[in-house]
Design a binder for this molecule. Structure first.
Ligand SMILES: Nc1ncnc2c1ncn2[C@@H]1O[C@H](COP(=O)(O)OP(=O)(O)O)[C@@H](O)[C@H]1O
Ligand SMILES: [Mg+2]
Length: 241
């Protein structure tokens, strides 16, 4: 094979928890600079899939290849160092720290002090929360905290960013801005984003992958996938109801 491998490839990923199959054999390929949306009802296996990509969970079966190199089974920190950043669904910011201190924790972990300082400042500017640098995280609105977490990921300059429900708790205006920020991000890296907000998906989506019951139900251009009868049945219909 002479073709360059994709940035990320999942092959037949399976995750079982006891008798529960959370992910039942998912294969997916993400290219350099690609923005992919992942949707699907609650419990479909989206977060579990992310955790296998980022090393938080060891797959029961299957492979994860980063530029052709197998990474499933590596520690989360090693995968992060190889260029995969993740913003989890559950908040991972410390209420007592300032916004800048929070981001500095992320950059200090991988960079020498001078560079760490600069990258942290740049990340806050890029996520448009430079004015909040000194604010205590615990005093921020939920949507702003999401941007702090996003800044922490961005500051490490990953090649692939996994975002699990980044728009949760955001106002309409904030969701719009987040969409623009993510579109800006894919100028320099690839992004996979799990989101429920359909306005957001329509706004940013190129290729959409739909999960249901641990498998891929549909994949394709946003408009096509959203008019797919099976997708409407399991997901969009439910949302409208
Ligand atoms: N640590 C765990 N132990 C047992 N079951 C789990 C665990 N994590 C997730 N699950 C189950 O796996 C399924 C998929 O969950 P999840 O990946 O969180 O779905 P989604 O993010 O799409 O809502 C659900 O049935 C959930 O209850
Ligand atoms: Mg989830």
């Amino acid at each position: 094979m002479s073709a360059t491998p994709p940035l990320l490839e999942a092959r037949g990923l399976v995750m079982r928890f006891g008798g529960v199959t959370a992910v039942g054999g998912v294969s997916m390929s993400i290219g350099e600079g690609e923005l992919r949306c992942l949707i699907g009802p609650n419990g479909a296996g989206k977060s579990t899939f992310f955790k296998m990509l980022s090393g938080q969970l060891l797959p029961t079966a299957g492979e994860v290849l980063l530029r052709g190199r197998s990474i499933a089974g590596l520690h989360a920190a090693s995968i992060a160092r190889l260029g995969v950043g993740v913003k989890t669904q559950t908040p991972s910011v410390f209420d007592g720290l300032s916004v800048l201190e929070s981001v500095r924790i992320a950059t200090n972990a991988i960079l020498p002090p001078n560079l760490a300082r600069r990258r942290a400042d740049e990340a806050l500017e890029r996520m448009q929360i430079g004015h909040l640098a000194k604010a205590v995280v615990g005093s921020l609105a939920h949507g702003q905290r999401q941007l702090v977490e996003l800044s922490m990921v961005v500051s490490q300059a990953p090649d692939l960013i996994l975002l699990d429900e980044p728009a949760a708790g955001m106002t309409g205006r904030e969701v719009e801005r987040l969409g623009d920020l993510i579109i800006d991000l894919v100028r320099t890296c690839s992004v996979i984003v799990v989101e429920h907000d359909m306005e957001f998906i329509r706004r940013i989506a190129r290729t959409v992958t739909v999960f249901n019951r641990g498998v891929v139900l549909a994949e394709g251009p946003a408009a096509e996938v959203m008019s797919d009868a099976r997708v409407r049945d399991v997901y969009l219909g439910k949302e409208a109801a």
